[in-house]
Write a protein that binds this ligand. Structure first.
Ligand SMILES: NC(=O)c1ccc[n+]([C@@H]2O[C@H](COP(=O)([O-])OP(=O)(O)OC[C@H]3O[C@@H](n4cnc5c(N)ncnc54)[C@H](OP(=O)(O)O)[C@@H]3O)[C@@H](O)[C@H]2O)c1
Length: 388
């Protein structure tokens, strides 16, 4: 197999390393397309090009691997490759989440395969398991810690008393963070993964804009102390679930007691918990970011192309579900400063209040539909955490 690779950053170089350290996959990287011709590279110059056509129009290249950090360009490259009949492997969750219907249609039309295991929780083989192993079980929920960067930051805050800023810097130095750190910190990245999992677990195409998300960007030392005093820590948890024929999803920081299984999921590790009617609860844990863990998932997809593997989107074919999270009620801790107009009327029930100086919090139940519309949620003085 001859590979044309787009992107030679953290994951692209990780793929190069794992491909050359394993004996199992007989594939060679023929050409690498990058953006900046002047950047020093660890490989000879003849590998590199800045012209995508050198890969897309090369008849000897049968597999395109897309590992760039620009979702819209990635979509153009991936679409062009599929239209040329080349199979594609990508780890670009933002691109996939925003274009799933088109990418699905392109695969149907061209017969070419698009695989993206590395896009969801990096080294955890969740998509292929949902496609193959869980195609007959009645899944009720898929949830977990889907973002390595924020889990790394929260681990450093809770275990090493780092500030949120210090911890972000460490995550960036280790290559875990997205080029645009907002994607991680504000919860976009785990939301994109939710959109992908919603299709493979429950068979629904959902636009990212329809999914409620809130990240760790507003958490501060007071929130961390709140969690410590209750004997636990905070984790960014994404969740999708089925209730009857309705499917819902949201992503929000969650208070996790010290004895909860997520408490031991530390640093860049991710966890995915599946609940289903027959096999009941199962948990996958593995590295959710980093060069080799992600490169390894990409390599596994390349390897699967040897036997013409394609996602069959079996849950979509079983169909019959529709997306609606709005009536789901969350038990929330809402922390705010004087002047922020957090509305009591948005809570269906209030169980606790706190007020000291400029810091206030209210604990109570709020339906997701109210959160989606709450103007106070965009106030930088407000932070929310789900507490069960
Ligand atoms: N890092 C992780 O742990 C991780 C985990 C899972 C998934 N991912 C996904 O994997 C993808 C790559 O992430 P990364 O961390 O490897 O990014 P990165 O380290 O920032 O590297 C990005 C690479 O893309 C190249 N590039 C950008 N725009 C390009 C264009 N228009 N044409 C050709 N090349 C272009 C850059 O070229 P230059 O070298 O010339 O700048 C660079 O080599 C992203 O979609 C990310 O979401 C990352």
């Amino acid at each position: 197999m001859k590979i044309g690779l787009f992107g030679f950053g953290c994951v692209g170089q990780g793929l190069w390393k794992v491909l050359h350290e394993t004996k199992g996959v007989k594939a060679e990287i023929g050409r690498i397309c990058i953006k900046n011709a002047e950047k020093p590279r660890p490989l000879p110059a003849h590998f590199f090009t800045t012209n995508p056509d050198d890969i897309l129009n090369d008849p000897d290249i049968d597999i395109v691997v897309e590992l760039i950090d620009d979702a819209e360009t990635a979509f153009r490259l991936v679409s062009a490759a599929l239209k040329q009949g080349k199979s594609v492997v990508t780890a670009n969750k933002k691109m996939i989440a925003h274009h799933l219907p088109e990418l699905h249609a392109l695969q149907q039309k061209t017969g070419a395969s698009l695989l993206y295991e590395g896009a969801c929780c990096a080294s955890i083989p969740i998509i292929r398991n949902l496609e193959e192993y869980y195609d007959n079980d009645l899944l009720t929920s898929v949830e977990g810690i889907f973002n390595g960067t924020t889990n790394y930051i929260l681990s450093k805050v809770f275990e090493e008393n780092k500030t949120f800023d210090e911890a972000l810097q460490l995550a960036q130095e280790n290559g875990f963070a997205e080029s645009d750190p907002r994607l991680d910190l504000e919860g976009f990245d785990p939301k994109y993964k939710l959109c992908i999992l919603l299709l493979h677990a429950f068979g629904v195409f959902v636009e990212p804009e329809a999914v409620f998300h809130f990240g760790i960007h507003r958490l501060n030392a007071f929130d961390a102390e709140f969690a410590r005093r209750r004997g636990g820590s905070l984790k960014l948890v994404a969740r999708c679930y089925r209730q009857g024929d309705q499917v819902g999803a949201y992503c929000i920081p969650r208070f996790v007691p010290g004895n909860h299984r997520y408490a031991s999921v530390r640093n860049e590790y991710n966890a995915v918990t599946l609940e289903s009617a027959f096999s009941e609860q199962q948990v996958f844990v593995g590295k959710g970011a980093g060069d080799k863990p992600t490169g390894c998932a990409v390599l596994s997809d390349i390897s699967a192309l040897r036997y013409q593997y394609k996602y069959e989107y079996r849950k979509w074919q079983q169909n019959g579900s529709f997306f609606n999270t709005s009536d789901t009620e969350l038990q929330l801790y809402v922390r705010y400063s004087t002047g922020a107009s957090v509305a009591d009327a948005d809570f269906t029930e209030i169980t606790e209040r706190f007020m000291s100086g400029d810091t206030h919090y209210t604990i109570g139940r709020i339906p997701v539909r109210k959160l989606q519309r709450a103007a106070w949620l965009s106030d930088p003085r407000v932070s929310v955490v789900e507490i069960n």
